[in-house]
Ligand binder design. Structure first.
Ligand code: G3H
Ligand code: 13P
Ligand code: ZN
Length: 309
């Protein structure tokens, strides 16, 4: 069992309309909960590390945790850098043994995004590592859903084709209406599936990536709030919309917020019900179990990638 790239898993997913979960990891319990779910579901797995995760846990710990999980659970894992901001962090992760990196040049003008992405692609490919890039800007939490603003930010299909051809990037994150965090829509959820289908038609062999894809599972929000949390108005991407996206070339679905909510809800519940308890294992154990159950649900019922290994 080993660290692997996403090449083969994306090829199969693209041909069969399912997607692979890319789950953000920050500590041991999160890694273990996710890996246990993927193992029991016989599902391909991407574990991803953000710059924030690297700062929190420190890079060596995260790489070693994932290596330990591979040994212990006997699974293959793609280890991915999430939202690499510049060439240097991508290079560092390639050198550290990551099998996939994201260069997020979405904040730059088109030509600059191409130049930066190409620089990362050249280095990563020389080292057997695959690259994800992003074109179009994801909506912010405060995003005002007006058509003009939407058109200005969402990925332009013709640009996506040119971008992929000129950079040689392996997968592309697209902006079609999702956003990061727990507050994705202020009204009715809307994703631009027509745009997604156009992009997929123009670059049918390029795996597409959906960021900001947490469902913000109401059960966990409610549990947080029942046990002292204050998370009003949270709203995520409905599961049916994730399933629909998988039919239009989306092969990688990024999930972080649902992990945070599952974990926090369980810890809140445990501590409120056991106010005398102060052994971290007592509440981190149930939190790990909650992550395993939530990830199992995603893999089995939403991403449809159980038994695809
Ligand atoms: O895309 C953002 C991910 O949820 C990572 O979040 O930067 O707080 O680790 P973070
Ligand atoms: P969520 O905040 O919807 O979980 O998105 C996570 C993500 O896109 C990580 O890159
Ligand atoms: Zn993201």
């Amino acid at each position: 069992m080993a660290l692997i790239t996403t090449e083969e898993m994306f090829k199969k997913a693209l041909a069969s309309d399912y997607a692979i979960g890319a789950f953000n990891v920050n500590n041991m319990e999160i890694v273990q909960g996710i890996v246990e779910a993927a193992k029991s579901e016989k599902a391909p797995l991407i574990l991803q590390v953000s710059a924030g995760a690297r700062n929190y846990a420190r890079p060596a710990y995260l790489v070693k945790l994932v290596e330990a999980a591979i040994l212990d659970a006997e699974v293959d894992v793609a280890l991915h850098l999430d939202h690499g901001a510049d060439f240097e962090i991508c290079k560092k992760c390639v050198d550290d043994g990551f099998t996939s990196v994201m260069i997020d040049g979405s904040k730059y003008p088109f030509e600059e995004n191409i130049a930066l992405t190409k620089q990362v692609v050249d280095y990563a490919h020389d080292h057997g590592v695959v690259v994800e890039a992003e074109l179009g800007k994801l909506a912010g939490v405060e995003y005002d859903v007006k058509v003009d603003a939407r058109n200005a930010s969402f990925t332009v299909p013709s640009e996506a084709k040119e971008f992929v051809e000129r950079t040689g990037v392996d997968s592309l994150a697209v902006a079609i209406g999702t956003s990061h965090g727990a507050y994705k829509f202020s009204g009715t959820p809307y994703l631009d599936f027509k745009r997604l289908a156009e992009i997929h038609d123009l670059i049918p062999d390029t795996p597409l990536v959906l960021h900001g894809a947490s469902t913000v599972i109401p059960e966990f929000v409610d549990k947080c709030n029942k046990y002292g949390g204050k998370i009003p108005g949270a709203q995520g991407v409905p599961e049916d919309m994730i399933k629909e996206a998988c039919k239009h070339g989306v092969c990688k679905v990024n999930i972080d917020t649902d992990l945070r909510l599952a974990m926090t809800a369980e810890i809140r519940k445990y501590l409120v019900e056991h106010p005398e308890e102060f052994d971290p294992r007592k509440y981190l154990g149930p939190a790990r179990d909650a992550i395993r159950e939530m990830v199992t649900h995603k893999i089995r019922d939403v991403l449809n990638c159980s038994n695809t290994k």
